[in-house]
Each structure stands twice: as C-alpha cells, then as structure tokens.
Design a protein around this ligand. Structure first.
Ligand code: WAQ
Ligand code: MG
Length: 631
C-alpha cells in the first residue's frame, strides 16, 4: 500500500487564505482532496479563487514515525506572565540568553516560515529570511480528513513533534498569527509540548515561530532538509486539546450562587407600552410598580410630541452637546426645567444615573468631603466613588447625625447630597434642616428629585414646593424618565454651576446627546403637569386611599409619596409573594439586596394618578392573600 503527500494552498485575489497538508493512503486520496477543497472554499478569510493541489507518492520506507510529544497546558493570568514562564522554561534548557529568544518570537515579522536560530553562533540560519523555514511533509498517522477547518492544536502538535525531533534542535517557540487565537506553545524533548496562554490579546495579528538550534549538535543543512523534505507521521495524537480553563466559569459560578440566595435577577418582557394596563409576556397586567407616576408615557399628547420631534429633528442627535448634538429643543427644555424648579439654569444628561455620576464626580475631588445619606440611590454612591472624595455616610435622614459628622470632619470643599424622596422607602428628606446645615457650614447642597418631580408639592414641582418654597438647595437633580414619562436626567442650579458642569462633567461631555423625541416628550409632559395640577392631586389621593385600604386589612402602610414599601424581610418570601401577585395579574416586583439591605426585601408599590379606587382596593386584597399564603 503506498502513501501520498497531498498539499493544498488556496488564495483569493492572489492573497493566501488557507493551506493544509496530509499524508495518507491512496484509497483515501479522493476524499482528502474533496475535503481540503471544502476548506479552501469556506475559509473565514473568503472563498478561494485559486486552489493549488500537489499530490506526490512517497516511498513508505522513507516515512518516519514519531510519537507525539506529551502535552501539558500552563494557563497564566496575563500575557507578561506567560512570557515570563516561557523564559523560565528556556532557562531550564541551559540556554544562555532566554530573554533574547523570547524577544525574537515577539518581534518576528510576518513570514511564511520560521526563524532558525543558532545558539552556537547567535545567527539566523534561514537561507531566505523572507520565507523562513517551512516545515512540510507531516501529518498525524491515520488522521483521515475532516472539512471542519483548522484544528490549531493538532496541526501544531504534529509540526512541533517533527521540529523537536530534528537532530540539533533544542526547542521551538510558537505564537499563532490568527488574531483570535491567543494560545501558543514551547516545545522541546525535555518539556514536551507545553501550551502557554495567553500569549497575546484577542485581535492581535502578530505571530511567528522560532526554532532554536545548536550547530554544534547537528548540521544545519541536514536539519533544514529534514524539516522541509522528509516525511513524518506522528503517532498517538490525542483527539482533542486538553480543555483550557474557561474564563467564563467564575461568572457562571457567581450566577449559581445568586440563584441559591434568591438574589438572582432577570428581566420580564413588557409586550405593550408602559401604562396602568400593560401586558407582560402578552399577559394583561395591572402595573402597580411603574415610575410613570402620572401615566404620561402613554399620554397621546406626549407621544404625539415625540413623533413630531422625530419627524422634524430626526431620530438621533448625531453628536455630544459640545460638538454637533446641541439643539434648540434641548435648550428650550432646559429653560423649562429651570423655571419649574425655580433655578437660574438647567443641564440635561442622558439618564438620571449619568447625571449623578457626572455632577458629583465633577463637583468633588480628592480634596473634598461628601456627606451622603445611608439610603441614597446607587447612582449617588457611584458618583461619590468616582469623585475620589472622602465619603462620610450619615444616618438616614438624621440631621443631628449629619451635623455631628460635619463637625468632626472639617473640610474646605464639601457637598451634602441626599435623595429628596428615597426610592426604596418612599419617605421625604428633611429639607429645611438639610439646607440650613449647608448654609451654616458652607457646604454645597444637592438633592435628587427622581421620585419627587411630578409627585410631591401642591402642583408636583417637587421638594422645594413641598416645604413651601422657602428652602433652596444649590443643586436639584432629577429625571425625565419617571413622572415626566420620557428618558433622561437633569440638574437645575446656578448659571455658574451649569457652566462648570458643561466643562467638567464627563458623563455629559462624552455622551451623545439625547434624541429629539425624548426631549420633546419631556417638555410636553411638563406642560401637561402645569396645565392639569389635578393629575398630581389624583396621585396623592390614590396614595391616601390605597394606604387606608391596606390598613383596613391590617397591613401597616403609609407614605407621603407615590412609593409604598411593604417590607417582607426574607428574600425568598418576597419573591414568592410577588410571583403570586403576578400570576393574579398585578405587577409588584420584589426589591432585594443590594438595592436594599439584606433581610429587608420588600414589595415596592408605586402608584399612578390613573389607578381607580376599585383597582387599588382589589390589589390590597390580593396582597393580603399572598402574604397569608407565604408566611
Ligand atoms: N513551518 C514553519 N513555520 C510555520 C509554518 C510551517 N509549516 N506554518 C506557520 N508557520 C509560522 C508562520 O510564521 C506563522 O506566522 C506562524 O508560524 C504561526 O502560524 O496547543 O496557529 O499557523 O492550542 O498561525 C498553536 C496551537 C497554533 C496552540 C499555532 O500557528 C495550542 C498556529 P499559525
Ligand atoms: Mg495562522
């Protein structure tokens, strides 16, 4: 039975796309040619337009059999660590200049073959340095052919086995030139085939091979002849590369942990617009947890304003506010917001989260102190962290504790920041004392009105109106995404602070401006709130009514805002109650750690101005039942 060497080289527009070779029995030839053709036609680099086959008979006696090198895998956490390991392996071979050899691999220019480096003379021995040494005439014994494309590991192990069995060869270093293949290897008779990963970052097209040779131990011409001309079959190749540690494994493990602790989160899919009556996975649902407190996101006038703005101004803004994204729409909305909040000026951000991040990190730095309520929203906490200011957390809405902490912490630059309405508890900041402390100790004061705008104050203007328009914090931050039914964040402040934030707030500077539809919708919503203060009153009355329904059923509940928390405690119980309510057509999600402290999981009810008394009464009864079912 005679053996054949088959070599395929494929190119497209005269550029190499794929190459492969086999050594096999005559009867397997047609299938091998067919499957190598498939490979050339379906390469990720493109369909080959030129495929060159070379088929040669080999005298079977000439074919040398070599046992595959033993394989080991040495994963590292960084590229630098992998190269350090490669260097230390070379040292174990008593090579004088391991660092230089590793550098040679890292600096190889793209070439078809390998560098042949002679440690006896410190010279490169490739006759043609552009081409390098091409190892050919090799295959795994009995491999057959599969068209599934390149198997980096198998092909490399065959090549490395041939290379390190070359008389005079000490070792081989290899790094793939495939941009997404970051595993390489060092091979030697002493170390076997040692896989090293990662040798580069994903996307790096750099790669090459260095054969480390000693001309005192072998003849260079004979070595090159062996590598390029003499057929080798490698026996005992493992079927698959040993699995590399999966870099995603720790994350899957973390998810499993969350599930076990009832802290896993997933999204439900709304299949209609956000309104009092919505659908979740196409199932009709009464929303008792929406932030669209005034039900304005579904208001036909708000929607029409969004549509008109998209028609007139386009779907997107096309740039950051400081480049091409600043529109008249944005400036008009800012003027409107400033007027609503009784401030000189306003500045928009893309979301409330980004507003807090941008404002706080711009106003405070390493020299500042920030005093922050322990129940402040995560976006405030993240803004504080980003600022690198010293953070002093005071007891929830406790102005005595705040003052004591201010006294203990003298500072030249300071900020006190608090939610106006606390998002998970629904209570209201003590604004009079808060502002007084700011004035007394020369600290900036900032409130977050995400859940206050459109909700508290006689006409829904927020916390300042709630306290009779007598106390003015320096900064009033808020969102367009809750009662205003749209999307975005904002801050109202002095002109000076607005200008400063335009120059310094990174979430403002480096974000593409909001889309016209969002701006126009928010503007229209403010006009509606101003024209129809009865909406805000309806919301406030709904809260009173709903709390009275709960109380009648023996459930303690009260809230000065639209947020009514029913603390259940245990995470699993809160989830079970929420699930039962959802099955009965009422959506009130369970809020758990880390949004609220561990063991204080709760049903967070958020009312809308449009809920009817019948709906509220019915919901109160369902809650009572569900709490009884899950003790
Ligand atoms: N002879 C000599 N050098 C070659 C040859 C050859 N037949 N084929 C490629 N090279 C050189 C050339 O400079 C390439 O740029 C470089 O090696 C890398 O070639 O266990 O995919 O084919 O998972 O990109 C290692 C597998 C995969 C590690 C190596 O090399 C593992 C790889 P590539
Ligand atoms: Mg490659």
């Amino acid at each position: 039975m005679s053996l054949y060497s088959v070599k395929m080289r494929a190119s497209k527009n005269a550029h190499h796309v794929s190459g492969a070779e086999r050594i096999l029995n005559q009867e397997d030839l047609p299938q091998a040619v067919s499957c190598l053709t498939q490979r050339a036609l379906h390469h990720s680099l493109g369909t080959a337009d030129f495929i060159n086959f070379k088929v040669e008979a080999l005298a079977e006696a000439e074919v040398k059999h070599l046992p595959a090198l033993p394989v080991s895998t040495r994963p590292c956490t960084t590229i630098a660590e992998s190269f350090a390991l490669m260097t230390s392996l070379l040292k174990e071979l008593n090579l004088a200049e391991p660092v230089k050899l590793v550098e040679l691999l890292r600096s190889t220019h793209p070439m078809r073959g390998a560098i042949l480096y002679d440690v006896a003379t410190n010279k490169q021995l490739e006759p043609d340095p552009e081409r390098g040494i091409r190892v050919t005439y090799m295959d795994a014994a009995g491999a057959g052919c599969s068209s599934s494309g390149k198997n980096h590991f198998r092909e490399a192990l065959v090549l490395a086995t041939k290379v390190v069995n070359t008389p005079g060869m000490l070792a081989e270093l290899c790094m793939s030139d495939d941009p997404d293949y970051v595993t390489g290897y060092l091979a030697s008779l002493k170390h076997g085939y040692t896989r090293l990963t990662p040798l580069k970052s994903v996307g790096d097209p750099h790669g090459g091979r260095v054969f480390i040779f000693d001309s005192r131990l072998g003849d260079p011409a004979q070595a090159i002849h062996f590598l390029e001309k003499e057929p080798v079959l490698v026996d005992g190749l493992p079927i698959e590369a040993p699995a590399l540690p999966d870099p995603e494994a720790p994350f899957a493990e973390a998810l499993a942990q969350l599930k076990q602790k009832s802290l896993y989160r997933s999204m439900r899919t709304m299949t209609s617009e956000q309104a009092r009556h919505s659908t979740v996975n196409t199932k009709p649902m009464l929303l008792m947890s929406s932030n669209s407190y005034l039900d304005l996101t579904a208001d036909p006038r708000v929607k029409a304003a969004a549509v008109e703005a998209a028609q007139a101004w386009g779907a997107g803004s096309g740039g950051s506010r400081l480049t091409t994204g600043n529109t008249l729409l944005a400036e008009q909305l800012e003027n409107k917001l400033a007027q609503l909040k009784g401030k000189e000026a306003a500045l928009l951000f893309n979301t409330g989260y980004m507003a807090n991040l941008g404002i706080i990190s711009a106003l405070a730095d390493k020299e500042s102190v920030i005093f922050s309520d322990e129940l402040n929203h995560a976006s405030i906490i993240d803004g504080c962290r980003l600022s690198r200011a010293r953070l002093v957390v005071y007891k929830h809405n406790d102005m005595q504790d705040l003052e004591a902490k201010i006294k203990q912490t003298p500072c030249s630059k300071g900020l006190i920041v608090s939610d106006a309405v606390f998002s998970m508890d629904g209570d209201i900041l003590n604004l009079p004392d808060f502002v007084a402390l700011g004035e007394k100790y020369h600290l900036l004061t900032m409130v977050d009105e995400a859940h206050a705008t459109g909700v508290i104050g006689a006409t829904g203007k927020g916390i300042v109106e709630h306290y009779g328009n007598k106390y003015a914090p320096n900064l009033i931050m808020g969102t367009l995404s809750k009662a205003l039914g749209s999307e975005g964040g904002f801050v109202c402040a002095s002109r000076v602070l607005r200008e400063y934030l335009i120059n310094k707030a990174r979430s403002f500077i480096f974000s593409t401006a909001q889309c016209p539809a969002a701006l126009a919708a928010a503007h229209k919503a403010i006009e509606i709130i101003e024209a129809e203060p009865e909406r805000v009153r309806a919301l406030q009355q709904n809260v009173l009514y709903f709390c009275s329904c709960l109380k009648e059923l023996g459930i303690e509940a009260s809230s000065p805002t639209a947020i009514i928390p029913l603390v259940v405690g245990d995470e699993a119980r809160a989830l079970a109650v929420a699930k039962e309510l959802e099955e009965k057509g009422v959506l009130i999600p369970a809020i758990r750690y880390p949004t609220v402290p561990k063991g204080t999981a709760r049903l967070r009810i958020a009312l809308m101005a449009t809920h009817t008394q019948a709906e509220l009464k019915h919901t109160a009864e369902l809650i009572k039942q569900a709490l009884e079912h899950h003790q």
